[in-house]
Design a protein around this ligand. Structure first.
Ligand code: SF4
Ligand code: SF4
Length: 303
């Protein structure tokens, strides 16, 4: 199995669109894992229908056994997160506010506070219009440990991936724990650089993170043509950092309308030079992925 993580460091840079287009180009044997669990949109981009769903438990939570509680309120006094609230003559813990610090446990003489599984989201496997499975998740409002949810999601993707297949991971924005979980073990990180100053800054941060994790990188410049000076800076940065630039996807309103029709950029037929640049970028990315897959295969065959 080969894992390709598509990351940008920032939201709205076009990584989901690039991930969906690559999945379409790779076709059968490919699987998409949408790891942007705080704002998943892979299911929309790939026109999906849920086939399997299951709860995600972040770890132990706490609840008050009403029958054992005598309403002294000491647990509420010690809770720094305001998670204990009066409930009639007794008290109750609000799961969304509880940080699971365990401080209240020691204060309860009645031993009325007990551990329970805290559901923090849901995990889905869906069928897409491309015929490619999609693994995705939703973090419950106020749910924490999104890095752990990303790890679970990737592990489910690994279980479902075909032998010798490719998993395309749509990474979340930022450089925190969920991104690290989405890049861990990736054979190649496709860095989607949005041609804007914030896009470039965030791409640098994610590139540094990927480098620190010893991941191979290839870049694609998105929304090219909007900010020539920033694009020059992006090209210069990539060259200096030794990150190959696979191609440049032009800014074109037609790309948005392609997605609104439920298609990916791989099916876009842009006219003129824009179309040629898009096609060249997708082909080069596909070539980079094929090269990584081949390298892995050769590695496997070596005694
Ligand atoms: S400390 Fe125990 S007995 Fe007192 S209110 Fe909290 S749960 Fe109830
Ligand atoms: S475990 Fe911590 S955060 Fe949760 S209710 Fe108890 S004291 Fe408050």
């Amino acid at each position: 199995m080969t894992t390709i993580s598509v990351a940008s460091g920032k939201g709205g840079a076009g990584k989901t669109s690039v991930a969906a287009a690559l999945a379409e180009r790779l076709g059968p044997g490919c699987l998409v894992a949408d790891c942007d669990v705080d704002a998943a949109n892979g299911a929309i981009a790939l026109g999906s229908t849920i086939r399997e769903r299951g709860p995600y438990f972040a770890g132990p939570g706490y609840r008050i056994a009403r029958e054992s509680c005598f309403g002294c309120g000491l647990c509420g006094a010690v809770c720094r997160f305001g998670a204990v609230r009066p409930d009639g003559t007794r008290y109750a813990i609000v799961p969304e506010l509880c940080e699971r610090c365990g401080a209240c446990l020691d204060r309860c003489a009645a031993k009325a506070i007990e551990t329970c599984e805290k559901q923090a989201g849901e995990l889905f496997v869906s069928d897409t219009i491309l015929g490619i499975p999609l693994v995705h998740a939703e973090l419950a409002p106020g749910g924490d440990t999104s890095g752990k949810l990303v790890a679970k999601l990737r592990s489910r993707a690994r279980e479902l991936a075909e032998d010798g297949g490719t998993v395309i991971v749509d990474s979340p924005p930022g450089i925190g724990c969920p991104v690290i979980a989405s890049i861990t073990g990736a054979d190649l990180v496709v860095l989607v650089v949005e041609a804007s100053s914030s896009g470039l800054r965030d791409a640098r941060r994610i590139a540094e993170l990927a480098r620190s994790m010893r991941r191979e990188l290839v870049a694609v410049l998105n929304k090219a043509g909007l900010a020539p000076e920033t694009e020059d800076l992006a090209r210069a940065y990539l060259a200096e950092a030794g990150i190959p630039l696979a191609g440049e996807i032009p800014f074109a309103p037609e790309l948005r309308s392609v997605e609104e029709r439920g298609l990916t950029w791989a099916s876009a037929r842009l006219a003129g030079e824009g179309g040629a640049r898009l096609e060249a970028a997708l082909r080069a990315l596909r070539g980079a992925i094929d090269a990584i897959r081949m390298k892995k295969e050769e590695g496997k065959e070596k005694p």
